[in-house]
Design a protein around this ligand. Sequence first.
Ligand SMILES: NC(=O)c1ccc[n+]([C@@H]2O[C@H](COP(=O)([O-])OP(=O)(O)OC[C@H]3O[C@@H](n4cnc5c(N)ncnc54)[C@H](OP(=O)(O)O)[C@@H]3O)[C@@H](O)[C@H]2O)c1
Length: 417
Amino acid sequence: MAQKQLIIGLFGFGVVGEGLYKVLQQTPSLKASIKKVCIKHPGKKRNAPVDLFTTDKDSILNDPEINVVVEVIDDSNAAFQIVSTALRNGKAVVSASKKMIAEHIQELLDLQKDTHQPFLYEAAACASIPVIRNLEEYYDNDLLHSIKAIVNGSTNFILTKMFEEKLDFKQALILAQQLGFAESNPSLDVEGYDAVNKWSFLLTHAYGAIVHPGEVVFTGIQHIQAGDAVVAREKNYQIKLVAQAQKLLNGKVAAFVLPQFVKPEDHLSFVKNEYNGVVIESGFADKQFFYGKGAGSFPTASAVLSDISALRYEYRYEYKKLYHHTPLELTADFHVKAYVSFDEWKHIPKEEFNWIEEWHAESERKYLIGVLPFSLLQQRTWWKENNVSLILAPDPIIEDVEVRQLKKKSLELAGII
Ligand SMILES: NC(=O)c1ccc[n+]([C@@H]2O[C@H](COP(=O)([O-])OP(=O)(O)OC[C@H]3O[C@@H](n4cnc5c(N)ncnc54)[C@H](OP(=O)(O)O)[C@@H]3O)[C@@H](O)[C@H]2O)c1
């Protein structure tokens, strides 16, 4: 079959855009060439010929010769305008803009249906790890039991340094910024927004659920204290910011992005520094582990390149779990086991816990480990206020049917009944 010649209009020439430009120069066999690059600031010095650049987006969007638009800019509103116009103008689109995709997933699904154009975005989640295409193509809805992942490299870097070099949160953040693993304004990463953005559209590919990031319970690592790392170390755990989803017995999906204690035998404990990792548990295959760089110029450009390459054979996401299966819904009808550290008891609604298994109240910083309904985490904010730090226990999800049995067992162990 003759290979389709791809003529690319590129939006953005920053970390990812310039990386793609270089990577494409090293892969002539791909039969893909960049005709024009649209950027924002024409005065900047670029490592590419001057006549390649423009600030006029229409010179790409209205060019009939350009059949692929690659959008890698850092402005999600402008990105959505560019992507939607390109699709409507009959162009295939590749993007890495996770915030834009998370915020507009329903409109982007509609646009793909209406225009019959492919829209690929493997680089938007876990960069170099091919997680979207695997979820799309390999795992049937019925077989995908659970997926959990470290999807944000900056927070993983900070947690690794807090843990291994015993730095406190601020010192670890400064180091991450010095080494280029965290932005000068790190709140998008540190407070969990970046992770929940990626998680929301990964849930579409995993289970067919269409969720706005605001509907997923999440926080980042901003409340984690050096003392939490001490407790974790005593228990032989690490702390990770884990995005998790699991199919429950009621056929619905439990999903969240929260800090979590991770056991040494958990594959995610292997994921250190700026790396990402994904563990998928499926019906008969048991666990599979994907590991790789979740950011950076070439790792991200490699995923964009792979999408461009896939366009040659007319690849597109079919959203099988959404259109060909019964899409699954998220639920809050389950319980979680969590560790909570805090300065004062008055900030902790003890009555909301089903039971408390362990507590240490003597020192200045106190903590407890208990089980509570997830719906109360969804409704309340005490667990992210007043210097309270909440970290889920390993294997934190407890189904409703298990709660009574486990409560009895834990009260027996505590000698209460
Ligand atoms: N960096 C990573 O490791 C990584 C990984 C995965 C996904 N992503 C995503 O990829 C996208 C790009 O990230 P990046 O790190 O490459 O960003 P970046 O280094 O900040 O570069 C952004 C580029 O976008 C251009 N730009 C901004 N607004 C524009 C507009 N309205 N029209 C045309 N060009 C515009 C800028 O132009 P000027 O050069 O003129 O300022 C710049 O070239 C983001 O959505 C990011 O979330 C990044």
